[in-house]
Design a protein around this ligand. Structure first.
Ligand SMILES: [Zn+2]
Length: 120
């Protein structure tokens, strides 16, 4: 086999391999995010009150009574949000739902914090 022919075969193989890798890349990243086990950590005044696994099938509503007021928290479809609260501005309610690592909902008047973490 002539050398040039062989070289082009190797080149086209490498090209195919690179293309295959690129094609698989989005799957890999999506899979990585999906496969992570997340939990929402609820703290009041720096103390952990509750940890809720944020699995897709989690479906739960609970009320956190802080010394400063109450927050009703809803978990569904891998997301968590403050559904209702008796704080004045209701910024925590307006924050909406969170579902990604590092996202936070804060209710400053109640010193309540909901943070999403990866379960290790
Ligand atoms: Zn609030």
């Amino acid at each position: 086999m002539p050398l040039s022919n062989r070289k082009s075969k190797i080149a086209s193989f490498l090209l195919l391999a690179a293309l295959a890798l690129l094609a698989l890349m989005p799957l890999f990243f999506a899979g990585g995010a999906e496969g992570k086990n997340l939990e929402a950590v609820v703290t009041v005044d720096g103390e952990i009150i509750r940890r809720v696994p944020l699995a897709r099938e989690s479906d739960e509503i609970f009320t956190v009574a802080t010394p400063h007021g109450e927050n009703r928290i809803a978990v569904s479809g891998g997301r968590i949000r403050v559904e209702d609260a008796d704080c004045p501005a209701k910024i925590c309610v307006k924050s909406g739902a969170i579902s990604e690592i590092g996202e936070v909902i804060a209710c400053l008047p109640h010193k309540l914090l909901i943070e999403i973490r990866e379960i290790k």
